[in-house]
Design a protein around this ligand. Structure first.
Ligand code: ADP
Ligand code: MG
Length: 255
């Protein structure tokens, strides 16, 4: 079982879109996949076709030890993957975890019990370097960082990389950056191409070969509760995530 956190403390950079579409694309490739929604906004949950308002059990109860992962997970009605769903309850976990032992490794413990169930686990992290994100980073073997190729993209990156280094040193020796994924890419923009080239210079083969273009079909899909790769499989955005899934399947063979 390979566990990846999709993280970037900036909001709106494509974490959830990447999590949902990679989960659906891996499932299309026959990979047994679990998508973990670690964001109280519950966007990955809704985007997978699961109604966050109707949940009786969610990741919140799992983190606090009030339910098991087996009790809380649901099958995505639109994709062939499982979801450990989230809703606003999760916002409270941040505070409530403070009094709990081993609070950084609650998610890891829950996933450890299911290491035979899945080939891939993807964790959609919230836009912060909070206790929730820390749970994601402690549970993961690697981090996938989606980023837009714009001027300020590199600015937040060093904070994230430093956090990953600290977690690696103190809490999770398995953790590494798997790669940077260029998303919402505009091949006609000079700036996009410049930043993209800079990323390749600095990070070398840590930059995934696949680039996800800006594509309106990916943005439309969540309102139907269907992953973009299934909503309009022929669209350029869907094709990119299908290719990215293949790249990930190859990449894990080298880990
Ligand atoms: P995050 O989870 O990092 O906050 P999201 O995945 O929710 O980011 O993306 C932010 C917004 O951008 C959403 O409205 C989403 O539909 C849109 N979006 C993400 N990726 C693309 C893309 N490749 N093309 C067009 N729109 C996108
Ligand atoms: Mg999100």
């Amino acid at each position: 079982m390979h566990i990846f956190a999709i993280a970037n403390q900036k909001g709106g950079v494509g974490k959830t879109t990447t999590s949902v579409n990679l989960a659906a694309a891996l499932a299309i490739q026959g990979q047994r996949t679990l998508l973990v929604d670690l964001d109280p906004q519950g966007n990955a949950t809704m985007g997978s076709g699961v109604d966050k308002r109707a949940l009786t059990t969610s990741i919140y109860q799992v983190l606090l030890g009030l339910a098991t992962l087996a009790e809380a997970r649901v099958a995505s009605p639109s994709g062939k993957f499982d979801v450990l769903p989230a809703n606003r309850d999760l916002a409270g976990a941040e505070v409530e975890l403070v009094d709990i032992d081993q609070r950084e490794t609650r998610l890891k413990e829950a996933l450890d019990r299911h290491s035979e169930d899945y080939d891939f686990v993807l964790i959609d992290c919230p836009p912060s370097l909070s206790m929730l994100t820390l749970n994601g980073l402690c549970a993961a073997h690697g981090v996938i960082i989606p980023m837009q190729c714009e001027y300020y993209a590199l600015e937040g990156l060093s904070d994230l990389v430093n956090t990953i280094k600290k977690v690696h040193a103190n809490l999770n020796r398995d953790l590494k950056v798997i790669g940077l994924l260029r998303v919402m890419f505009d091949p006609r923009s000079t700036l996009s191409n410049q930043v993209s080239a800079q990323l390749e210079q600095h990070f070398g083969d840590k930059v995934f070969k696949t680039m996800v273009p800006r594509n309106v079909r990916l943005a439309e899909a969540p309102s139907y509760g269907v992953p973009g790769v299934l909503f309009d499989r022929a669209s350029k955005g869907a094709q990119a995530y299908l290719t990215f899934a293949e790249e990930m399947i190859q990449r894990v063979k080298t880990l």
